[in-house]
Ligand binder design. Structure first.
Ligand code: FE2
Length: 363
């Protein structure tokens, strides 16, 4: 089934956070984002303070409520800080909304047009898993910095980009037994296809296990792995997420870099906490993935993981959760041909995650 509109990429991720002003400092100083726009009391917006951060094609929007009666507080109470909207850039937002709602997506916002001196944005939104939504953004007739109503902003903080350039994929965790249903939803409603799957046999450490299906649009610009817990001896890391996020939600955002060694080096200098990789991982590395361009000692020093598939190889690393609840984290990924998601690393990675889970008393 061919959708009558094109996905152009991830337009932005919108977060609801407890203190957007401070979160904006975090993404600037630690992840090298630039503050590009904001909205709030000073711009005439009375309900929500909002900060837009950018790095190459990656755009994060951080929202926080001004008042106790704001509906955003429901999200904060249930989920803590997290991603509320995975917004897609499309060539025709009205067609996207019509196509998806006709196929069973629940509408959040009908197509609407907003205009300022920089042009017009057409947008609409539909629900997906948990409380998460997808906004369709059509910005071909807009040249402003983000959205009508936002003003350009400049930060007093001087930050250096770390080299991430585009969102590679965004992963959604589901409660037990929901993964197939959500993967089917993306097939039936968005016209996505299954790109890749992981089942219990692929990933089982002594304790936790997961299942994963990656769905993608025709051109594989939007890639979204959908996870669910699988039974193991102890609690799955996916179940831990679902318990702390109070349901389905975004587990990690993978940001693509052209030079993972440089990016991870900068992030480590900025104080990012990555999941530790056991040294034994590197002893077996060349036997498993063959010859690679990078110096294995450098990768070991930075804790970067490597995996190979039929098309090439990839390098990746995962941060620890970036808020107190063990929910959202980030992946930094460099692809050298590989189109998959690092199945060969899951075991090493999960053992690392489980050690962290054990420290939290949640294993
Ligand atoms: Fe990932």
């Amino acid at each position: 089934m061919k959708a009558p509109f094109e996905f152009l990429g991830f337009d932005h991720c919108r977060f609801i956070v407890g203190n957007a002003k401070q979160a904006a400092y975090y993404y600037q100083s630690v992840f090298g984002f630039e503050l590009v726009a904001c909205q709030g009391l000073e711009t005439g917006e009375r309900e929500t303070a909002s900060y837009v951060l950018g790095q190459k094609k990656i755009r994060f929007v951080l929202d926080t409520p001004y008042h106790g009666q704001s509906v955003l507080n429901d999200s904060l109470r249930a989920h803590g800080d997290g991603v509320c909207d995975i917004a897609f850039a499309v060539d025709d937002a009205e067609a996207a909304w019509k196509f998806t709602t006709e196929r069973g997506a629940r509408s959040v916002r009908e197509p609407s047009t907003v205009t300022d001196e920089h042009g017009t944005i057409v947008s609409a939104a539909v629900r997906t898993y948990g409380d998460t939504i997808h906004t369709f953004v059509e910005r071909k007739n807009y040249s402003g910095v983000f959205w009508p109503g936002y003003e350009m902003a400049e930060s007093a903080l001087r930050t250096e980009p770390v080299g991430v350039k585009v969102i590679d994929h965004i992963v959604g965790n589901q409660p037990d037994g929901q993964m197939e249903k959500i993967a089917d939803f993306y097939r039936d409603v968005f016209g996505f296809h299954r790109l890749w799957t992981v089942d219990d046999d692929d990933i089982q450490t002594d304790y936790s296990s997961l299942r994963s299906i990656v769905v993608a649009d025709d051109r594989e610009i939007i890639k979204m792995p959908i996870n669910e817990p699988a039974p193991g001896k102890k609690k799955s890391q996916i179940q831990e997420y679902v318990d702390y996020y109070d349901g389905a939600g975004v587990q990690h955002i993978a940001m693509l870099t052209g030079d993972v060694v440089s990016t991870v080096g900068k992030l480590r200098q900025n104080g990012v906490e990555f999941l530790p990789t056991p040294m034994t991982y590197y002893e077996e590395l060349e036997g498993r993935v063959g010859k690679i361009d990078e110096d294995v000692d450098v990768l070991a020093d930075l804790g970067i993981l490597v995996d190979r598939d039929d098309d090439g190889y990839l390098l990746q690393i995962f941060t620890k959760p970036v808020q107190d609840r063990p929910t959202l984290f980030y992946e930094i990924i460099q692809r050298k041909g590989a189109r998959s998601f690092g199945k060969g690393n899951f075991k090493a990675l999960f053992e690392s995650i489980e050690r962290e889970q054990e420290r939290r008393g949640n294993l």
